[in-house]
Design a protein around this ligand. Structure first.
Ligand SMILES: O=C(O)CCC(=O)C(=O)O
Ligand SMILES: [Fe+2]
Length: 374
């Protein structure tokens, strides 16, 4: 971290840390992204600085522009309005073919333990008439939006983050000394998705350990771009030579959840926090490792967004030039398979998982038509 202070002793940023957690408080490095990334000297310098910061801290902040602050404000308003609806109305927002839609508190499982978060997931949306849906591609289906009040602001927010994600990938390409599009070739038709999150206040229900919002985990794709309100709850682990997860081989869920060494990410207005995901780790041979993180419940309810900038569902990821040391798996990683595996593991009782198994939809994942981006 640029500066690290201890939570104890009344540090101002640490004052929002959820009760009963022991962690250092991070003061994260903040970057202001250029309007366009062309590969000029400034872009190369910024790309290198982003990479150095992730390698040291595991996370960094990027400043929002005015438009993004407005999009986020509207998204928070829509999120609060949605989560305030009666349970039955929210619970009706599910789909048997896609993992989009509502996840009740206690429904998601991380490392075998129920998470307290209440979530609306937005994956790519497909009409029932589209060929990929008719052919039963895993995870392809409609998003069961409750109404336009939710759909419209969320789609605008998601689209804007898509642009930010592409900019970041280009900066990383230049920072790593790679050819332009070495990363963005994978994100054409990217399987970008988002989790709209609400965490109840600490005194809630009894399904999982008290105070645990989401258990420790890594996320699946290239970059996670998150935003949170002023309540506080997110913790991360910075890269360390003694710690290694490889979530596509062995689940990183529950990783060092109760160990020392967590860093609290205090809420800072006007910034997104950004960290790498599993696919970034694999293709860089852990030069940019996927950042383990977890969420604690606080004394007030908390709202947050986690946006995932991802490869195409059809992408088979291979190590980048200069990072190919024969890492496992040698045949590459099919992102659509990794995504499907992770969602089936997190939602074992969902109708989507049930139908996936009943119709043996996973068999399609091996077909060449689902592996067209290499
Ligand atoms: O609540 C947060 O800040 C992060 C949530 C998260 O890790 C996730 O949704 O995967
Ligand atoms: Fe996460």
């Amino acid at each position: 971290m640029a500066t690290i202070t201890t939570a104890t002793g009344g540090n101002e940023l640490g004052a929002t840390m959820p009760p009963n957690f022991v962690a250092r408080v991070g003061t994260l490095q903040t970057f202001e992204l250029p309007d366009q990334v062309t590969g000029n000297q400034d872009d190369i310098v910024m790309g290198r600085a982003l990479i150095d910061t992730w390698r040291r801290d595991g996370i960094l902040q990027i400043a929002m522009n005015g438009k993004q602050e407005k999009l986020l404000k509207d998204a928070f308003t829509a999120s609060k309005q949605f989560f305030g609806k009666p349970h039955a109305e929210k619970a009706a927002c599910v789909d048997s073919q896609s993992y989009s839609g509502y996840i009740a508190s206690g429904e998601e499982v991380t490392n075998g333990i129920a998470d307290y978060s209440e979530i609306f997931t937005v994956t790519k949306t497909f009409d029932l008439s589209e060929p990929k849906v008719k052919e039963h591609w895993p995870c392809h289906g409609p998003c069961p939006w409750p109404d336009a009040e939710m759909k419209d602001p969320m789609q605008l927010y998601l689209a804007d983050l898509g642009e930010t994600g592409e900019k970041l990938l280009h900066l990383i390409e230049y920072g790593l000394g790679l050819e332009r599009s070495s990363l963005t070739k994978y994100t054409k038709d990217g399987w970008h998705h988002m989790r709209i999150l609400r965490f109840p206040a600490n005194n809630a229900n009894g399904k999982g350990p008290a105070g645990r919002g989401i258990g420790s985990h890594t996320d699946y794709g290239l970059l996670v771009i998150a935003a949170q309100d002023d309540v506080g709850g997110l913790f991360i682990r910075a890269p360390s030579k003694d710690e290694k997860t490889e979530n596509w081989q062995t689940s990183a869920a529950g990783f060092r959840e109760d160990d020392k060494g967590w860093i609290y990410v205090p809420p800072v207005p006007g910034v997104f926090t950004v960290f790498p995901g599993d696919m970034m780790q694999y293709i860089t041979n852990s030069y940019l490792p996927s950042t383990p993180h977890k969420v604690g419940l606080n004394t007030r309810e908390r709202f947050a967004f986690a946006y995932f900038h991802e490869p195409s569902f059809q992408a088979v990821m291979s190590p980048l030039k200069g990072f190919d040391v024969g890492q496992s798996p040698k045949e590459g990683i099919h992102y659509g398979t990794h995504f499907t595996n992770m969602f089936m593991r997190n939602y074992p009782d969902r109708i989507t998982t049930d139908r996936m198994i009943r119709e043996n939809r996973r068999a399609l994942l091996d077909k060449p038509e689902l592996r067209t981006i290499t």
